[in-house]
Ligand binder design. Structure first.
Ligand code: SF4
Length: 328
């Protein structure tokens, strides 16, 4: 680990001021950043510790939704009574990730900003366009079992590794940001993470010096919610495929179908065409196949990742079967 300056911020604007320096990094739980610093994948010259600036509350929103502070820990969010009652897909997604110790430290904002676990990204001896632009991509033609099959580019096939954001995408949550001078903006979580394209080093739409202050959830709708994560082992492993599903039936037909997928792309994958195809239709294996066809339209695989096409299709089938049985 290289030496760095540590500064404890006492107000969010102090942290924003420090983070305007491109060589600075903001640290909250540190569960991803410290690993990257030990590996010299991240080498910030200074750290702005934001653990003492507030933004930890989880509170009702005026519209009946829920506002989760950026510094609320994953554990605090997963066990919050309103999350458990109204947004169980979020609680289940969080509890499917990492370990209890990590969830006790990891925060809402940090979870959204966590970086890919691509083996070539975390090994500084390997080429990686994300870590060092222009050096190439070791995963393309290399070991790519964990890698993306949707929305990839010729420069990067990394996956977004998290679970929480997959549930937030299905819930159509909003991310709230603050920048220098008190400027604020809100971004739908579905537009917060980027696809790699020609700028694979860019994971999110966060600008330099901009920080996450909160995530808001829309009012609950009483639909059936499910999060299923398929992984190499039953705990402490990243998703090969995950599905967050929020489904309602009316008269035996889909009246709501919000689905988001993890483990398949550089961001939580949400394709509105899937919901459009399901709404108004009666559940059936043929309909679930049609939804899978839409999901996997344009999938690009190699010999390592080809299994994900079958796995994603089967997982979507299983999730839709289970969630529609529960919703009846
Ligand atoms: Fe780097 Fe992306 Fe290639 Fe992994 S897939 S080596 S993160 S460029």
């Amino acid at each position: 680990m290289r030496t760095f300056h540590y500064r404890r911020a006492h107000a969010i604007d102090d942290a924003i001021e420090i983070a305007r320096d491109a060589q600075a990094a903001i640290i909250a739980g540190g569960t991803n950043l410290l690993d990257l610093m030990k590996l010299q994948v991240a080498t910030p010259s200074q750290l702005a510790d934001i653990n003492h600036v507030g933004f930890r509350e989880i509170e009702d929103s005026p519209d009946g939704g829920l506002r989760i502070g950026a510094l609320a820990t994953n554990t605090e969010t997963a066990v919050h009574p309103r999350v458990r009652r109204d947004y169980p897909v979020l609680a289940r997604a969080i509890l499917a990730g990492a370990t209890q110790q990590l969830r006790n430290k990891a925060t809402t904002g940090g979870n959204l900003c966590q970086r890919t676990r691509c083996y070539y990204f975390t090994n500084i001896d390997q080429p990686c366009n994300k870590r060092q632009p222009g050096t190439g991509c070791g995963a393309i033609g290399g070991v790519a079992r964990l890698h993306a099959i949707l929305g990839t580019s010729d420069q990067c096939i990394a996956t977004y590794p998290g679970d929480m954001a997959v549930a937030l995408s299905a819930l159509d949550a909003t991310v709230h940001l603050r920048s220098a001078g008190g400027g604020e903006r809100s971004v739908p979580v579905r537009a917060f993470h980027c696809l790699p394209g020609d700028t694979p080093w860019r994971d999110t739409v966060l600008a330099q010096g901009e920080v996450i202050t909160a995530v808001t959830l829309p009012p609950p709708v009483g639909a059936t919610q499910l999060y299923r994560k398929v992984r190499e082992r039953s705990s402490y492993a990243f998703a090969l495929v995950s599905v967050a599903a929020i489904v309602a039936l009316d008269g035996g037909r889909f009246s709501r179908a919000d689905l988001a997928f993890g483990g398949l792309a550089h961001k939580p994958w949400h394709d509105p065409r899937i919901g459009d195809a399901l709404i108004g239709q009666a559940p059936s294996p043929e309909l679930f196949d049609a939804a899978a066809d839409i999901l996997l339209d344009g999938a690009r695989t190699d010999s390592d990742s080809a299994f994900k096409v079958t796995l994603a299709r089967r997982t979507l089938h299983a999730v839709l079967s289970q969630v529609t049985e529960t919703a009846r």
